[in-house]
Design a binder for this molecule. Structure first.
Ligand code: CTP
Length: 398
């Protein structure tokens, strides 16, 4: 539950702004301290005084108004925030956040804050579907910002569609779900990203992993109160804050670091895309093409199977979760892997489907348990799938 936190609520110019008054009240009722930052457009709908009276805090609207000469208000607010909520978030503030634009109090403070950010969009269906907004929301997600799905319903324009700002109670429930602490005191190791197997100093063998799924899992486990160690290879998205990060390059390094971290951990979620083979010999200089080498063969040797190695020594109270990335015979292959690697759960996904494969923002998986039980998930964002995996892990641990 989201309680006893210092929340900065960023309110922008959407007609749904009236619901933010209720959201502010509900957050305060749960023991949070709420400070509001408003854009100029937001103030055309509602006076800052209304939020001030509700929150009993000064409402920030202008970056150049400094009431306290001893501090800089936007930096102080940014630093003094446990959780940043942007609600309602217009297409404009989303575009600014995605591009690092800081041209008013809200966007400048948001750029300066390191607190976890939760965006609740509100806009017309067509604005939401515009490729620029789609791109900006994807960028926010890649930057580790959590975005709530808009509701489908009657819009202020008089027709029905998505883009509707959810009801304040729904927003509160959604926010609460990120602040449950079922994993408080637990040590969780998550691996993410792809490995690189060196051929020579400038070349390597790797794979298409973006690390999005593993990083979303690390964030979800952190939000659930765990001490998270993220062992991470090559990724294309921002690494999360509030977790211990161990960077690796090759599968051999991944094995070493994961083995060390798992020896004192309660659970391991292995989402890294591990190279199964590496060059037998790493050439210490850049391989040159010469007149006599029209063909080049690189002999590969098998890498150790990390999960199998750890699974064969795991303690009864330790939980191990693996992934099965398959292009064919998904369930059959995944079932073989859960047994072979001695796992408690395997998350099977079809990487031949471009909507859910490597580098996508969404995923659809089948959870396969040790006892053979299978549960298929909906097609959902990697954040939602990550939360489901962390929920299942909590149940397995408890
Ligand atoms: N994995 C591992 N060590 C390896 C290869 C994979 O620990 N050397 C882990 C992956 O992180 C994943 C699970 O094992 O959690 C399954 O990986 P996947 O690539 O689907 O299967 P493989 O074990 O490589 O088997 P195959 O090549 O037959 O698909």
């Amino acid at each position: 539950m989201l309680k006893d936190k210092k929340i900065t609520l960023y309110v922008t110019g959407s007609i749904a702004i009236y619901k933010s008054l209720i959201l502010a009240r509900l957050l305060i009722k749960n023991g949070n301290e709420v400070k509001v930052v408003m854009t100029e457009d937001a103030q055309k709908f509602i006076s800052p005084l209304t939020f001030q009276a509700l929150t009993k805090n000064e409402v920030l609207t202008d970056v150049f108004v400094e009431n306290d000469p001893k501090s800089i208000s936007h930096i102080k607010t940014a630093d003094d925030t446990d959780v940043a909520i942007i609600a309602p978030a217009t297409a404009n503030i989303i575009a600014k956040m995605a591009n690092g634009i800081a041209d008013d109090m809200a966007s400048t403070t948001l750029l300066a804050t390191q607190a976890p950010k939760f965006v609740i969009p509100s806009m017309n269906t067509h604005m939401l579907d515009n490729p620029a907004t789609v791109r900006n929301l994807r960028q926010l997600s890649d930057d580790g910002i959590t975005i709530m799905e808009t509701a489908n319903g009657l819009l202020a324009e008089g027709y029905t569609g998505k883009g509707r700002f959810p009801e304040p109670e729904e927003i509160l429930n959604w926010l609460d779900s990120f602040f449950e602490a079922p994993l408080a005191g637990k040590n969780i190791v998550v691996t993410a990203g792809g490995t690189k197997e060196r051929i020579d100093p400038v070349r390597y063998i790797s794979n298409d992993s973006s690390g999005k799924m593993g990083i979303a899992i690390a964030r979800a486990a952190r939000n659930a109160g765990a001490n998270v160690t993220l062992v991470v290879g090559s990724v294309s998205v921002k690494l999360p804050s509030g977790v211990k990060i161990l960077k690796i390059e090759s599968s051999t390094e991944l094995l070493e670091e994961t083995q060390k971290a798992f020896s004192s951990a309660d659970a391991l979620i292995m989402s890294a895309a591990v190279a199964d083979f590496r060059p037998k010999r790493v050439v210490d200089h850049k391989i040159k093409k010469t007149a006599d080498n029209d063909n080049l063969s690189i002999e590969l040797v098998k890498n150790p199977d990390i999960l199998k190695t750890l699974g064969s020594n795991k303690q009864d109270n330790q939980v191990m979760i693996g992934f099965a990335a398959e292009t064919n015979d998904l369930i059959e292959n995944a079932v073989k892997k859960i047994k072979n690697k001695n796992l408690d759960l395997i998350v099977a996904n079809d990487v031949s489907d471009k909507r859910i494969g490597f580098n996508s923002n969404d995923n659809q998986v089948t959870y396969i348990f040790k006892d053979g039980k299978q549960v298929k998930s909906e097609l959902a964002s990697k954040d939602i799938i990550a939360k489901q995996i962390v929920d299942i892990m909590s149940q397995l641990l408890n």
